[in-house]
Design a protein around this ligand. Structure first.
Ligand SMILES: Nc1nc2c(ncn2[C@@H]2O[C@H](COP(=O)(O)OP(=O)(O)OP(=O)(O)O)[C@@H](O)[C@H]2O)c(=O)[nH]1
Ligand SMILES: [Mg+2]
Length: 480
């Protein structure tokens, strides 16, 4: 069995994304909201007869693997290996009411019930003051694992709780488990277009980014502007409306969750390749400095809630692989030309046509502009469709994760927004206790260190497009 994966969902965004993610997982595994498994539908039976009957296979003979993501209780209910953290109760309370499969003992809320007020510093300080409780929660979940391989943090980088407590958790995980377990993050970047978003978000983002750089192993980057645009582009008059969404962000979160669940497809429906979290991450992250990842989905027809008649186009394996190259499908879109360090495509469906996959890959490899030193190849995961969600007719879906230079632009934009505030030391008092001159300077210095770290990452992504990226180091060693 692949190692277990523990999810940490933190703050409003983290918990709302987390709720959609576990909804998607429950659909894939045929679990009722309280974690009760539906009778397992055998893959062969479903495919050969296309019948709605369920085979009576006992759970031990299931072809999918739930155990990496769920624990099984004595009452035969599956519980997500997930920890829900927020400083105010409303979002977590809603999540646990909608999906009672969450373990109520894995919930951490602040005693006062007030949030971190869009302030990274508040979130981080809260986390420091509650370090013991938070590590106890994680340790308790770890005790239920045979061989935990990864933690995945879901959060927004720009608020107070997901960013500040999230940063602290990454630091704790790094201190305690270092390189022994992967720490990946699903990190949501704020919208630049929506003016309602809070003015100090560039500060919070900068502070969080530094921790992602220092303590994370891989970050899947999503930005709210791209998510909104994608929703409108695909579905016409607004993602939320067409996905039957009841709250803002629900549509955006479905897209994030589809990727977050999709990337572990080969762990959940075991296959001979990419069968561990480590192998997936190491395919797309070549060095610890280059670990910010993009993702795309094409087409959208298999996302729960999307009405196939509206946007369903019949695509075969070849089409899907080429379709995934289109930058407009990226969940962190960037209009500049990109250089790729790595690309991993998931083609998900049954009875995949390997000839069409090979044809697609050859064509795609010619189209992608890779950095000179990277292997000019595209990995493919032959993903399996859950027997619970499999459409009657053959319908494929595709996900792409990639490492590319779009980060230069996204981080560059964040640095610019940060500079606008920092050069006037605007709102620095939000981050100080006494607000005297020396404390203000201390805070500004700490912010500048974070910016420096972000700048270095931008420079690394720029440098990696050069032929000499590895060459210079080899030269230096030769000269020693
Ligand atoms: N995609 C997406 N973005 C969200 C969601 N909720 C909030 N955001 C964005 O996240 C940022 C604010 O972060 P929140 O997650 O609300 O903040 P928090 O972590 O709860 O922290 P505090 O409320 O400040 O304690 C803003 O940029 C929002 O636009 C969500 O469910 N999905
Ligand atoms: Mg909040």
């Amino acid at each position: 069995m692949p190692g277990e994966v523990i999810t940490l969902q933190v703050g409003q965004c983290g918990n709302q994304v987390g709720l959609e993610y576990w909804n998607q997982m429950a659909l894939d595994f045929g679990l009722a909201p309280d974690g009760t498994p539906q009778p397992y539908k055998s893959d062969e039976l479903a495919f050969e007869t296309d019948s709605q009957e369920f085979s009576q296979k006992p759970p031990s003979q299931r072809e999918d693997v739930l155990e990496s993501f769920f624990t099984l209780s004595e009452q035969n209910k599956y519980t997500p290996r997930s920890i829900l953290i927020d400083l105010e109760p409303s979002v977590v309370t809603k999540a646990t009411a909608k999906l009672p499969m969450f373990n109520p003992r894995n919930v951490h809320l602040s005693e006062t019930g007030s949030g971190a007020a869009n302030n990274w510093q508040h979130g981080y300080a809260y986390g420091r003051n509650h370090e013991e409780e938070l590590t106890n929660l994680i340790d308790r979940e770890l005790d239920k694992c045979d061989n935990c391989s990864a933690f995945q943090l879901m959060h927004s980088v720009a608020g107070g709780t997901g960013s500040g407590v999230g940063s602290l958790l990454l630091e704790l995980l790094n201190d305690r488990y270092g390189s022994k377990k992967i720490a990946s993050t699903f990190s949501v970047f704020p919208s630049n277009e929506k003016t309602s978003d809070v003015v100090v978000q560039p500060y919070n983002t900068m502070l969080t980014l530094r921790r992602l750089i220092d303590f994370g192993d891989a970050t899947f980057v999503f930005d709210n502007d791209s998510l909104n645009t994608l929703g409108n582009m695909f579905i016409g008059s607004g993602l939320e409306k067409n996905l039957n969404c009841s709250t803002a962000f629900e549509g955006a979160n479905k897209l994030i969750s589809y990727v977050a669940a999709g990337i572990t497809n080969p762990l959940r429906f075991p296959s001979y390749m990419y069968s561990s979290y480590e192998s997936i991450i190491s395919t797309v992250v070549p060095t610890p400095e280059l670990k910010f990842l993009s993702s795309s989905i094409a087409p959208y027809s298999n996302i729960p809630g999307v009405v196939p008649a509206q946007n369903y186009v019949s695509l075969n394996e070849y089409d899907i692989i080429l379709e995934l190259l289109n930058d407009k499908y990226k969940l962190n879109s960037c209009k500049e030309p990109l250089k790729y360090i790595s690309v991993l495509d998931y083609v998900i469906g049954s009875n995949l046509d390997q000839k069409e996959i090979r044809r697609g890959i050859i064509k795609a490899q010619q189209r992608v502009s890779f950095v000179p030193w990277a292997p000019h190849s595209i990995g493919v995961v032959n993903g399996k469709q859950s027997t619970f969600t499999k459409p009657k007719s053959k319908r494929l879906s595709g996900i792409q994760i990639s490492n590319n230079t779009s980060i230069v632009h996204l981080f560059g934009k964040t640095v610019k927004q940060y500079d606008l505030l920092a050069k006037r030391a605007a709102y620095i008092n939000f981050y100080t206790a006494s607000n005297d001159a020396s404390e203000r300077q201390e805070v500004l210095d700490a912010f500048e260190e974070c910016k420096e770290s972000v700048r270095q990452t931008i420079d690394e992504y720029k440098a990696c497009t050069k032929e000499s990226y590895f060459g210079d180091d080899i030269m230096d060693e030769d000269m020693l």
